[in-house]
Design a protein around this ligand. Structure first.
Ligand code: AMP
Length: 307
């Protein structure tokens, strides 16, 4: 029988740094370099999507740190900060099974003494589009806490999920723009068998809402097939997805757009080449997001060979 060791649960920055210095030295590799630290930032209420990131992290480094922190800075007025699910005991049990070394669970006071300094990381123009338009200040709050976590943990790699595509884009930009010495790795979206992307907020959905919410991944899937067949440009792929989602009155679409992977800006209607389709919708009171890569309207294939 394998004996599982509970991760070390640490709430303060000082203790975390001391524990990681100790762990890095203890896992020094044959070439003399210290053990690699991989950080998985989360807000808890862990599900299989988070766990896929943690498994990936386990295979990348000697020391895996999972942070669980519901970051007040990235919630706007009237959002679900207080109601956000908090399930620490269950989270720690899951992380124990995956062999996580350290769980960092700071309080809001530890991260933002006296309510927080005035310094913020500002996301730039893409930070106020799409999710940023629906949630003003969200991405500044997210980038501020991610940069704090990077400075606190000093990881070699930070693991993010593709589920939050705009978050991934902005974190990668921040790392490049601010020359942060860290690698960002992105893990694919984990879905329910129905196709619904896993989210901590799915637990708010009534059964009828969960069923209607499947139209988001169905719409994206149909757009992706149309793109792969070479029959759709950005506008046609959007129409395909929109028709499927519009058939579900419980789903109130916020945006459905195709963006360029390098700029995250909406592409032109006839765009060719790689792109990403993003969707956000309110289902009941629950805001859901999803996305899919598209290879749009590749160059027309050579016509039939002359004999
Ligand atoms: P959160 O706890 O919502 O802040 O998410 C923590 C990390 O888990 C983020 O990098 C998310 O993108 C990632 N994540 C959340 N849901 C999924 C999912 N269904 N598949 C893959 N990654 C996910």
């Amino acid at each position: 029988m394998t004996v599982l060791t509970r991760p070390e649960l640490i709430g303060t920055i000082t203790e975390l740094r001391a524990a990681l210095d100790r762990d890095r030295a203890a896992t020094r590799r044959a070439d003399g370099t210290p053990g690699r630290v991989v950080l998985v930032p989360t807000m808890g209420a862990l599900h299989a999507g988070h766990l896929s990131l943690v498994r990936r992290a386990r295979s990348r480094g000697e020391i895996v740190v999972v942070s669980i922190f519901v970051n007040p800075l990235q919630f706007g007025a009237g959002e679900d900060l207080d109601a956000y699910p908090r399930t620490l005991d269950a989270d720690v049990a899951l992380l124990t099974e995956l062999g996580v070394d350290v769980v960092f669970v700071p309080t809001a006071d530890e991260m933002y003494p006296a309510g927080g300094g005035l310094t913020r990381v500002v996301a730039g123009p893409v930070g106020s589009l799409l999710e940023g338009a629906a949630r003003p200040g969200h991405f500044d709050g997210m980038l501020t806490v991610v940069s704090k976590l990077i400075n606190i943990v000093g990881p070699d790699t930070v693991m993010f999920g593709q589920k939050d595509a705009q978050q991934v884009f902005l974190v990668q930009r921040m790392v490049a723009d601010l020359n942060l010495r860290v690698a960002i790795e992105v893990a694919p979206i984990v879905r329910e068998p129905s196709g619904l992307a896993l989210s901590s907020r799915n637990r708010y959905l009534e059964p009828s809402e969960a069923e209607a919410a499947v139209s988001l991944s169905e719409g994206l899937g149909a757009a992706s097939v149309a793109a792969a067949l070479g029959t759709a440009d950005a506008a046609a792929a959007t129409r395909t997805a929109r028709a499927i989602i519009a058939a579900r009155p419980l789903v109130k679409l916020d945006y459905l757009v195709v963006v360029h992977p390098e700029t995250f800006l909406p592409v032109e209607a006839q765009h060719r080449g790689p792109a990403r389709m993003l969707v956000a919708a309110l289902v009941g009171h629950t805001r859901l997001i999803d996305n899919v890569p598209l290879d749009l309207n590749p160059e027309p294939r050579a016509t039939a060979q002359k004999i």
